[in-house]
Design a binder for this molecule. Structure first.
Ligand code: ATP
Ligand code: MG
Length: 224
C-alpha cells in the first residue's frame, strides 16, 4: 500500500510487548520509516561511541537515559529525514517530558498502544534473542530463528541482551509503569491513542493492520 499523506505515528507498550516485531510489519506494509530509540542506543554501545559509553550502564541497569539526551538524538534523526516522510517512532517518547519535546517539533497523528499483560512479558523477555546490528528479535517459544542462535537474514550470531535478565526486567517494568504510562494518558487526551490488547503478537497484528488500512484509506479519500 502506498501512503498518500504524511503519517506521524508512535508505537507504545511495555518492554517486550512486541513493539519491534509490530513495527517491522507496519514499516513493511505501509512503507513508513522506522526509528527505534533502543536500536539507536544499542548501535552506539556496540560501536563504542562517546554517547554509547555514557549510556551503557544506565541501560544495562534497566533505567531510562536522560530525557534531553534521547530527545536530542531522535529529533535530529527526524530532521534528517526527507521532508514529507512518514515515520513510526518506537521506544520514544517514554516520558511526558519527551512527548512534549516531540510535540514542539511535530504533531503525532496515530499512537498504537500494545496492551500485553506483565506476566506474559516477563516470560517472553527471558526467552528473547536479538540480532544486535539490525535490532531483529526472535523468541525461542513462538518466533524462533531458522537456525538456532543465528539471524535469518545475515546468518550472524544472536545474543541475549544484558537488560533481559529477570531483576532488570522487573526494574524496566516498574519504570514503564511510573514514567511511561502517563504518556498514554497524554495521547489519550489528545484523541490519538488506539489500544490493542492481547498476549500474542500474531493475534494482535491483524487488528492493527485493519485499523491502519482503514485509517490511511479514509484519509486518502478525504484528500481526494
Ligand atoms: P522492547 O524493545 O522489547 O520494547 P524496551 O522497550 O525495554 O524493549 P528498548 O526500547 O529497546 O527496550 O530500550 C532499551 C533501553 O534503552 C531502555 O531500557 C532505556 O534504558 C533506553 N531507552 C530507550 N529509549 C529510551 C527513551 N525514549 N528514553 C529513555 N531511555 C530510553
Ligand atoms: Mg525496542
Amino acid at each position: 500500500m502506498v501512503l498518500h499523506r504524511i503519517v506521524r505515528a508512535v508505537i507504545m507498550g511495555p518492554p517486550g510487548s512486541g513493539k519491534g516485531t509490530v513495527s517491522s510489519r507496519i514499516t513493511k506494509c505501509f512503507g513508513l520509516t522506522h526509528i527505534s530509540s533502543g536500536d539507536i542506543l544499542r548501535a552506539n554501545i556496540n560501536a563504542k561511541t562517546e554517547l554509547g559509553l555514557l549510556m551503557k550502564s544506565c541501560i544495562d541497569q534497566g533505567q531510562l537515559v536522560p530525557d534531553d539526551v534521547i530527545a536530542r538524538i531522535i529529533l535530529k534523526d527526524l530532521k534528517s529525514l526527507e521532508q514529507g516522510s512518514s515515520w513510526l517512532l518506537d521506544g520514544f517518547p517514554r516520558t511526558v517530558s519527551q512527548a512534549e519535546s516531540l510535540d514542539d517539533a511535530h504533531s503525532v497523528d496515530t499512537v498504537i498502544n500494545l496492551n500485553v499483560p506483565f506476566q506474559t512479558i516477563k516470560q517472553r523477555l527471558t526467552s528473547r534473542w536479538t540480532h544486535l546490528p539490525s535490532g531483529r528479535v526472535y523468541n525461542v517459544d513462538f518466533n524462533p530463528p531458522k537456525v538456532p542462535g543465528f539471524d535469518d537474514v545475515t546468518g550472524e550470531p544472536l545474543v541475549q541482551r544484558d537488560d533481559d535478565k529477570p531483576e532488570t526486567v522487573t526494574r524496566r517494568l516498574k519504570a514503564y509503569e511510573t514514567q511511561t504510562e502517563p504518556v498514554l494518558e497524554y495521547y489519550r487526551s489528545k484523541g490519538v491513542l488506539e489500544t490493542f490488547t492481547g498476549t500474542e503478537t500474531n493475534k494482535i497484528w491483524p487488528h492493527i493492520e485493519a485499523f491502519l488500512q482503514k485509517k490511511f484509506s479514509m484519509c486518502n479519500q478525504n484528500l481526494a
